[in-house]
Write a protein that binds this ligand. Sequence first.
Ligand code: ADP
Length: 431
Amino acid sequence: MFAKIRNELTLRYAIVMMLMMMAFIVVSSTGLLWILYQEEQQDLRSFTEEEAREQAEMYKEKTIFFQLPPKETEDVDHGAKIFYYVFDISRQIVATEEPSQLIRTGVLRIIHNWDASDGEVKLKKFLLPNGDRAVVMLCSMKIYDGSQVLGTIYVGEDISAYYHMLKMLLIMMVIISITFLIIAAFAGHSLAGKAMIPIKQAFSRQREFVADASHELRTPLSILQTSVEVVQTDNDQKLSAFSIQVLDDMKSEIRRMTRLVTDLLTLARADAGATNIIKEKFDLAATAEPLIRSVQPLAMVKEIHLEMSGDETIPIMADREKISQLLLILVDNAIKYTPKGGRVEVSLTRTVTPKTMVTIAVHDTGEGISENERKLIFERFYRVNKVRSREEGGTGLGLSIAKWIVDAHGGKIKVENTPGIGSSFIIHLPL
Ligand code: ADP
């Protein structure tokens, strides 16, 4: 139980950490990209305006467009590569400056399909002939002489290096985050373990208390029971009808308390791991038969037809006492919660496929259990109808004990039923 809580705490802590790291990566990388993009965009636009002006001046002086000296291109950005293409009004390239011929085809294709307005900056990606991915920022601007359009200049910046750098940065951030996450998960697991030490101690003290108290209560309860019986059998004493009734009530309350205390002690010992499962080989059918016979009187009182069916011999390796207790709990419940004149059937079968196992099924024609209640009935002290359970002498611990016995044998217990028609408690136990 504690290991499960500890793992759950660690998982939740790791999920919170992961979400926080993801939020940090997304916010920081988007923020960084946005700032860089805005800055580059601004630079490229001013540079394009300047060049368009310069080209217009040169054209007026020499009636030719002008090839930029290489140093100009380096002013704009360190590391980034500036290029430009000037087109005249008949869409012929008349001047160009490019750091590498490689990008030409890709950039010209983009220019050919250019759909942005004057001065607008666009980010474009394309594949280079050598298979690499190039990322460029492009800006176009018309070159004017007064109101006459002389041509168009397309200025671009190859930011592939930045792009790859940012990509690497992002990958590194993700790797670092995952590493921190793993470290945080281990630290969380260890901290959760430390935080649970006092809880474990308190829980074990409480468990010891329940076990000790139940154990201590057994002796006075059995003395009380014997005393009541002695008073009841004392013929010399003249008891009024009222006193006889009181003694009867006392006896049944003492019996109920004894059962409750025994159940509590069983569960407290099971929790503390103090109950050993002693497995032996025995025939389940032969063990069940006298047990069913012993509860027949209970069934007869309620005119319930109780029968056993299934295989004649079922050799099983299990704790005989515990399996008998399990059967008794289920049959007792079936009789308790089945109205007068109903049926209870205990079926014991051995199946080979898909796995070799023993199936114990207790079917009844009682009130059934609703879907919501089915998950809860195995919890301690959970009773669908408290008054009803009390009237029937129930403690609310029977099914918790049954589940513990099944779990301790590595089996599975489930309830199948139709409310109003009856319930079936089905148990699969490995051989
Ligand atoms: P109790 O001592 O109250 O019978 P259990 O742990 O054995 O406690 O059962 C828990 C609750 O499950 C019961 O109070 C009852 O409401 C419900 N229950 C158990 N067995 C049956 C059954 N065969 N049919 C209907 N309800 C059942």
